[in-house]
Design a protein around this ligand. Sequence first.
Ligand code: GDP
Ligand code: MG
Length: 456
Amino acid sequence: LGRKLNAALSSLNRAPIVDEKVLDATLKEITSALLESDVNVKLVASLRQKVKAKVKAASDSADKTKDSNRRHLLQKAVFDELVALVDPGVEPYKPTKGKCNVIMAVGLQGNGKTTTCTKLAVHYQKRGFKSAIVCADTFRAGAFDQTRQSATKAKVAYFGSYTETDPVAIASQGVSKFKKERFEVIIVDTSGRHRQEKELFAEMVEIGNAVKPDMTVLILDASIGQAAEAQSRAFKESADFGAIIVTKMDGHAKGGGAISAVAATKTPIIFLGVGEHLHDLDRFSPQPFISKLLGLGDVQGLMEHMQDLAHQNPDKQKEMAKKLEEGKLSIRDWREQLQNVMNMGPISKIASMIPGLPQEMLQGSDEEGSLRLKRMIYITDSMTAAELDSDGSPFLETAKDGKPTALTWRVTRVAKGSGTSVREVEELLCQYRVMGNMAKQAGGKNGWLSTMQKMQ
Ligand code: GDP
Ligand code: MG
């Protein structure tokens, strides 16, 4: 979906003038991309109309709107309407530190509850919340074993029982145990299957009454596409939930359908499950999601990510986020971010947020990605203090034709010192520059993001 939308917008960028014809062609491409990913026909038709109306109204009001303005107007209208498509306009619950936040997961069996509970625990634990999982699924044979194994692997505390058959009793025991031990995020995993649907809903209500969750999360499988709306409405009638996680977004062409259908139920999606591994959980919020989908990076997400690291060093991270936004990140700052990335989890997750990061960073296994990152850090280890504090310019000289080229002796010295090659050092400098430029373009004062904000 992203690739197609991205293509539609880039052909718009290439069009010499933006007239009615270009407008229609762009809208047609966008429409077909959305329909292909199973977004509801009515929603798509209304998006198309709204974009057209917006562009028309704006062009009429400013007599003779300049062409570049029309282009901008169209881009912004498309962006805004795509955001509206996935935005239910409701703020989800956010766990707070120093408090026991109880989260209960509900949803049909097989939708990914147990997997997602572990991912959530890992997510919060990485951000400094002491996290635990309570397995209140007594229906499925081996449920507690599944929790025990994945929680152990994730180094997260867990609670459950092989002998107790009452899920309400287990849930209460687990939650009060972890509350006593001052856990900050306590996640209750439930069963999701019963002989009777009524029994399932009754069980959820009982567990809910017993543990009084701060947030109940419905876990939905992306492959059901538009049916996500009906399924979430059915659950809402019995077990009121305040947030949704859509799982299996990897490899499902219908993901767009599920997300837009959920937005129609006015419940915020908080995360997307994007794989079977512990770290395959993406935070969801409408604007950054669309920005990333359109290939514009996710500077906001990246900054949030940096702020999440604030429990390690709050002031430092604030300063970093500001520098990134202003495009003033030195090589030293960048190295620090690379190190943080290594501590946060798989590089591929973070890399997709960074505008312009070379595709090869996203390819290969995460071990390969980490290894590449480590080599990058070795390279910076061989730089002098002045070089680290610079914006990379000491490594450049101006050639006779006026173009900047790498300063050979400096690059060679760093390559020798770090046991890498001249090519690798040059690549690193190049990546650093690309990152800086892209971040500046997207997040800087005259950047894409703030232009968007100014126009609102
Ligand atoms: P539960 O019955 O709701 O607890 O579901 P499980 O957590 O046991 O998951 C059912 C299956 O879906 C397992 O094989 C998981 O590995 C798989 N699964 C869960 N989330 C994702 C996801 O985001 N992507 C993919 N590809 N598979 C997932
Ligand atoms: Mg389960």
